[in-house]
Design a protein around this ligand. Sequence first.
Ligand SMILES: O=C(O)c1ccccc1NCC(=O)[C@H](O)[C@H](O)COP(=O)(O)O
Length: 366
Amino acid sequence: MEALAVGSAPPRPGLAAPTRYSNVRRPRTLAIAAAGRPFAPRLTWNPPPETGARAPRLPAAPAPRWLGSEVDAVATSSHATDPAADAASAGAPAEIAGVDGIRIRRRPVTGPPVHYVGPFQFRLENEGNTPRNILEKIVWDKDVEMKERRPLYMLKGPLEAAPPARDFVGALKASYDRTGVPALIAEVKKASPSRGVLREDFDPGSFDYLEAIRRAGVKCSLLCKEFIIDAWQLYYARSKCADAVLLIAAVLPDRDIKFHDEREMDRVLGIDGVQLIGINNRNLETFEVDIGNTKKLLEGERGQIIAQNNIIVVGESGLFTPDHISFVQNAGVKAVLVGESLIKQEDPGKAITGLFGKDISHASAA
Ligand SMILES: O=C(O)c1ccccc1NCC(=O)[C@H](O)[C@H](O)COP(=O)(O)O
């Protein structure tokens, strides 16, 4: 299974100059950075939870109609849209994944905000147990979710039963060579934190769908677009037929992947043997989208390193028109990860042709 590294968005005021390339091949020591803004602690209380039951699992479904041959790879998002859900962690010591780009604390520093006194549930919120941005919130929720995971040995059977992983990077390269435009990774999602619901009556957010898509005979490679914080998730994704996973530099320690700005990108370029990286045009702190970010990050020495090492760059987010595709292609991108502009349209074939300004399906080459 392969990993797609992703990163993005313009630098924000207050960030230091990018790491020099002479240093990027050595893992850097990471420091804990305190939040720079004032924080007012709050005390609230909620009625006791009625039940500890978990949300029911979705039944497996046939592959969505629009997973056709014009798609080079499919990315599935399992993240729901509820940024307000509680992050009740076990209160392990906080760990900062990195000071580069968005600052993510892997767990609440001061433990979970929820305390029980008799029948009452109190929330003692302070800076240490309140997420600073949506990505941190998602990571904390994921950390809680991980505590309920099945033991690894239980994945042995499903792992052995999974069909072999397909060559994700090879599929992207082949598509680029065939069409002359960036390969398409089509993200299948109902909604996103920044854009809300994109498609009503559609909920592909389940690992079971990943497996159902593969077993339904869809030929393209499958990217599991999950918030990965634990090695267990890699095995689980593979057991559910994922061919690749997406790793986010902002939430992972130096040895892992996805990035968001110059310094995150430098960390990623410092990983030996990295073959595929993504640049997210969406700033995950502010949700602003700027496709100029891709160009900026690929200019100069970084672009040269990428070219020398034959690394495939994926342009991500905010791509809606053939001009957008040309812009990121001219910047050096050989694949694109597209969600909103396709998922909001009824006819996927027409949507893809509209996005690229031409038919890129295999049928067009016949
Ligand atoms: O898109 C979000 O709101 C978001 C929020 C928090 C973490 C990640 C988020 N998006 C990640 C993505 O990679 C996009 O879904 C992907 O690049 C596709 O973008 P788009 O074509 O603009 O839907």
